[in-house]
Design a protein around this ligand. Structure first.
Ligand code: B12
Ligand code: SF4
Length: 438
């Protein structure tokens, strides 16, 4: 653990308020997927926990360059994915060389906390609500801890307020002049424990819905007709789902979300609330999946399949059949990823125990690269099939056209509801994209 040599800098100046730069490191997008950038949610949720007296500015390195010469008192790094971790280290190293303290938090920081401590002054693990003011106080008084660990004590859900989206430059989140969706969440945690997922480790064992009035209040503050609910899965509690959809229906938004319960009453409430498209995991070619997809579509909800390739029972024929099946059930979009043993998942433990993990170069854990030995083929073959899946699924109708079709459904709905122009047309601006990682 390096010595916290940076603190005298802050102490001398006794800086209050502080100038804080919050950075979201760049990460490589999936090969095969059209590149788009959503406004990240972790950083703005975190920003809401930083006392307002401090000046906080945000850089999302995916859409704007980091100014490494900036005069700031503190750099905070928000890290969501494993493949962002090395970039987070590189950013931290450069600021720390200038004597500026760096603190990291977010899901990626929690999953890689031990490595983080070598590159940062402090790593914050867990939810920040009600906790960050104390960290800043510790920093100013030279008692910053190398590690703040709240993994086992999530913040009371009522304390989760409206994310501080004012730190976002909305003009940077557009695709061909169209404003990208805003991210929001109505709950934390998840009652399931799927094998490729780290949510359970992250303290998410219990489903924790936010008070509905807080969710409604937050949505009302977002100047966007289209929202992406990044809750782990909405299919947690039937009654809650119905109440959530009824509460947000009057706000007339188009909603993207993770799975919704396969239940007629819930799907009807979801459709009435503007459910627009769902991300639904598709593991196999069963009738169960066929019916699940049909039920969504019967309610006018489009389905983007999230498809993991390289499961232990996948062979070449099986993967090709799966792709044919996706076309047959008429999925609206598909996102193919390769099984990836992210740390603190059941699949990591299994593959590590079997000696099947090829390397631990986290920057390559993008879910678009094979980093393990598949059971029924070589890594090269799985890589080939990954590309085959993307090109075959989008062979007949390119991704852009499929997305345009989905966009049109939202636009038609907004016109019918008279909401198309309620937030005006966003200003367009081009920003230089950040330089690649060192
Ligand atoms: C939104 C999301 C995305 C969005 C990201 C949009 C964007 N522009 O950033 C999209 C859809 C693009 C995405 C993509 C992927 N994702 Co994703 N995603 C999520 C999701 C659902 C929500 C994240 C979130 O916003 N949480 C809510 C916020 C409020 O929580 P939070 O970030 O933890 O922030 C809190 C604290 O951590 C803290 N905090 C945050 N930052 C900081 C900073 C400091 C300094 C401090 C002190 C505190 C702090 O304060 C916040 C408030 O308490 C999570 C699952 C989950 N439940 O979290 C998966 C998750 C992060 N994704 C995951 C994965 C696997 C992926 C993919 C790789 C594959 C896939 N398709 O799912 C792809 C990326 C592929 C690629 N290479 O392009 C995994 C992570 C695996 C890993 N170890 O890398 C997760 C955990 C899902 C899972 N079930 O396993 N994802
Ligand atoms: S994959 Fe989704 S549903 Fe499964 S445990 Fe993780 S968050 Fe929950």
């Amino acid at each position: 653990m390096p010595k916290l040599r940076l603190l005298p800098h802050l102490q001398r100046a006794n800086i209050r308020p502080m100038k804080i730069r919050l950075i979201y490191p760049k990460w490589p997008k999936l090969a095969g997927q059209r590149e788009f950038h959503l406004p990240p949610h972790g950083p703005v949720a975190f920003a809401a926990t930083v006392p307002q007296e401090h000046e906080l500015k945000f850089t999302d390195e995916n859409v704007a360059p980091v100014d490494f010469e900036e005069r700031v008192d503190l750099v905070c790094i928000s890290c969501m994915l494993t493949c962002q971790v090395h970039r987070a280290f590189a950013i931290a190293d450069r600021f720390r060389r200038r004597g500026i303290p760096v603190i990291a938090g977010g899901i990626g920081a929690a999953l890689h906390a031990n490595e983080m401590t070598d590159h940062l002054d402090s790593v914050f693990i867990g939810e920040a609500e009600g906790r960050f003011a104390q960290v800043l106080d510790d920093l100013v008084h030279s008692r910053l801890k190398p590690r703040y660990d709240y993994l086992d004590s999530p913040a009371p859900i009522e304390t989760v307020g409206t994310a501080r989206r004012s730190v976002l430059d909305r003009s940077l989140y557009q695709y061909r002049g169209i404003q990208m969706v805003d991210l929001v969440h109505a709950s934390r945690g998840c009652r399931f424990n799927c094998f490729p997922c780290c949510v359970r480790y992250l303290g998410g064992r219990t489903f924790r819905p936010r008070p509905l009035e807080r969710v409604v209040e937050e949505i009302e503050s977002i100047p966007n007709n289209r929202l992406f609910f990044v809750d782990n899965s909405l299919a947690q509690d039937k009654q809650w789902e119905i109440e959530l959809f009824r509460a947000i229906a009057p706000l007339k938004r188009s909603i993207i979300s993770h799975p919704i319960e396969d239940d007629e009453e819930v799907l009807r409430a979801a459709a009435d609330a503007g459910a627009w498209w769902v991300y639904q995991a598709v593991f196999d070619t069963s009738d169960h999946i066929r019916q699940r997809v049909k039920h969504y579509k019967d309610h006018g909800i489009a389905v983007e399949g999230t498809i993991l390739l390289g499961l232990d029972d996948h062979d070449e024929d099986g993967i090709k059949r799966l792709v044919d099946f996706l076309l047959e059930i008429d999925l609206d979009l598909a996102e193919f990823t390769v099984v990836t043993p992210f740390p603190h998942t059941r699949i990591y433990d299994q593959l590590a125990a079997e000696g099947r993990i090829l390397h631990r170069d986290w920057s390559r854990y993008t879910a678009g690269e094979v980093v393990f030995k598949p059971a029924k083929m070589t890594p090269q073959k799985l890589d080939e099939l990954y590309h085959y899946a993307w090109t075959t699924f989008y062979g007949q109708e390119p991704q852009e056209l499929k997305m345009a079709r989905l966009l049109k459904t939202a636009m038609i709905r907004e016109q019918a509801a008279g909401t198309s122009h309620r937030f005006g047309r966003p200003r367009r601006r081009r920003a230089p994209v950040a330089a690649p990682a060192e």
